[in-house]
Design a protein around this ligand. Sequence first.
Ligand code: F6R
Length: 597
Amino acid sequence: MCGLIGYSGPRDVSGVLLESLRKLEYRGYDSAGVAVVNGALEVHKEKGEISVMESSMPPMQGHTGIGHTRWATCGAPSWKNAHPFLSQDRKIALVHNGIIENHNQIRKGLLENGTVFSSDTDTEVLVHLISHYHKGDLHAAVRRALDDVRGTYSIAVVEEYSDEVVVAKKENPLVLGLGLNENFVASDVTALLEYTSDVVYMEDGESAVISPRGISLYGADGSAADRPPSKVQWSMEEARKGGFEHYMLKEIFEQPRSISETIISYIDELEMLEILPTRKKVDMVKILACGTSYNAGMVGKYVIEELSGIPVQVEIASEYRYTTKTNRCPLVVLITQSGETADTLAACREAKDRGSFTLAITNVVGSSITREADAVLFTKAGPEISVAATKTYTAQLIAVYLLAARLGYMNRSMGDEEMRIFKASLRALPNKVSEILDRAQGLQAAAAMFRDATSAFFIGRNRNFPSMMEGALKLKEISYVHAEGYAAGELKHGPLALLDERTPLVAACLGDHTYDKMVSNVSEVAARGSPILLIANDDNEDCETLADQIVRIPPIEPLFSPVTLAVALQLLSYYVAKERGMPIDKPRNLAKSVTVE
Ligand code: F6R
């Protein structure tokens, strides 16, 4: 996954490119570069973060250009593999997100024609191919070259002595931004918010030509297309750090609002919400997702089964294709905050091939999954910049609660009275989350327990178990402490052998029907000398003696405890990572949306 930007207009283009690239850096940050049209083309790129590229950047004057920030997929992170790439005659420059699957084959043909390659990337073949087909019309050359390409892409291309940026998209996000006598393209709207809120989301197969005079959009068949722009609701402020030290902390603190907005969007019409198949009886649900979204799916299993009685299976999206074709289900739910995760998109296609109705839960309007799935439930978390998912996770939990209630009402497991009570509890949730945020200091104090840890275990039971898996995932992602989330009852079947006085245990001992069994499981660990951090409700007193540290969270209707628990664990992992001095918003080797399988 990478980020790209393109601009044409009266502004100093290098300023626009740098500013926009900074907003896209979460999409990849192992090299960055820009190409500016200043009569001829000028290119500057560096290995490393955008700040590295910026610090060595010579003055680059011009009003048209493209920029890129890379997350390596084909060819190691290096100067030579950084985008933009130039054609051999230096007349065309190109940036690309995605993968050219048949690049070896294309490269072979170009080598026979005498092309000299300067990088190990799949992308470079494309700029040479465009150059090969260029007979005076860059847009026509781009479209012709793309006919030869198998794979996925969003690209932006410029040529010398021209104020046009040619762009095209297939299975990678690309959004056009409309201004007054200036126009933009970016892989994400966050890069454009500084300049415009009028955008057009490009569709697969489309191409466009951007210049100060306007944007010409072309459909997959090459004919002129016209789509009115939509208004982005996200403000600039939402996309900025807002005074917090890290995006992650800011995003954790935004949760009362993101949860509330997701609830508000659907709650009034929940009984009749049109997200379910009309012609199929839903007697089973399958949830497919990756990473944090998978953990949200696991919570979904418990709550859907609890509210609707419908059995739910949760599978890792990348594994679904290997299951037997008879593994099919009337309703398949795809959870993906970015809407661009290649594994989840592939699982969506596979589910459709198997005849399932597909429902996507995503945070990004216009993302690929919204075009692939039969129906969409949007989370309203706003832009999430930090690589570690936080507010999108809790918004996903709200979405699965809404889905569970909708299914429960549909099959009459929930009547009007149950629905009324459910809605009232759901509406109370944002305030409970605020109460946990008010207690952030307690979690900061507890983080010291992990300062020198190399491994940690997180345990919970029933619907709290997946949120403990999520707590463990957050800890390993951003603090690099090895962590495992376990169903508490499973600990004694193997992992207990790993517990000793250097291995902290985090346990959710919340006041529900699992409380007594949780206390027993924690006692087993206490006997091995592991430092114990308990997450308990305000009124759970008898577990106190077992704990080295205890963090209190407000009691809540047990159905919703995965949400409050998740927020507490996000704060814990944030403060552990801070204590250990980690690059919290950009953990090594990870990227915000994973567009390769
Ligand atoms: C963890 C994280 C990843 C993503 C996973 C799926 O903090 O962000 O585990 O959850 O890559 O991403 P989406 O939800 O975009 O499909």
